[in-house]
Write a protein that binds this ligand. Structure first.
Ligand code: GLN
Length: 196
């Protein structure tokens, strides 16, 4: 059976995520996988995984509501790959009342946690499960401040927690769809398909 993946395509860096999944499927030798943009509830049908991209979490939150996607995503039974604004959306607590969180991962997230001076930066970080450091791009990034017992911390830097896993879901402060290193997407997909 072909792997079917979606990228929430309401706002943000959608095409980079589509390419990121496509690159990872190639690396994994999954020739018959498909990656589609998701705009309506019916687009979720038959998907194994869904990326929620970076962008502006307040805007994406509003558009999720407007497109009738809140309940379908909150009840999605595949894996969710949430990056940056996506990490804010999948949390169950966030420091901004304009964001209606999906409550998929038990964690408290702070938006724009690095302040103005370090709005954007790059860093080589250690990620649990990867042998070599990962070159991560942070762009007005959030961090997780507290995570529940069922949440595995995959990466932490002095400013806070920047990568977590809960069951099939992953959430990252940084942007693995930028820079061309497929290892984080591959890690998400491998876990989705083999549980490892
Ligand atoms: N600061 C943005 C937010 O909280 C996230 C930035 C990003 O996704 N690159 O919505």
């Amino acid at each position: 059976m072909g792997v079917r993946l979606g990228v929430l395509a309401l706002q943000g860096d959608v095409s980079e995520h589509i390419q990121g999944f496509e690159r990872a499927l190639r690396v994994m030798g999954e020739a018959d996988g498909a990656v589609i943009p998701v705009r309506k509830p019916r687009d979720l049908e038959g998907l194994h995984g869904l990326a929620i991209p970076g962008g502006e979490s307040t805007t994406i939150s509003r558009l999720i509501g407007k497109n009738g996607l809140f309940e379908p995503i909150a009840g999605f039974d595949g894996g969710i790959f949430a990056t940056c604004a996506g990490m804010v959306l999948v949390a169950d607590r966030v420091d901004d009342p304009r964001v209606r969180t999906l409550g998929l991962i038990d964690m408290a997230v702070q938006r724009n946690a690095f302040g103005r001076q370090r709005e954007s930066f790059e860093a080589d970080i250690e990620v649990r499960g990867l042998e070599r450091p990962y070159h991560a791009y942070f762009i007005r990034a959030p961090v997780a401040r507290e995570v529940g017992n069922s949440v595995e911390v995959l990466a932490e830097i002095p400013a806070g927690i920047v990568a977590v896993r809960k069951g099939q879901h992953m959430a990252l402060s940084f942007h693995p769809e930028l820079g061309g290193d497929p290892r984080i997407h591959v890690m998400f997909l491998e876990h989705l398909f083999t549980g490892k």
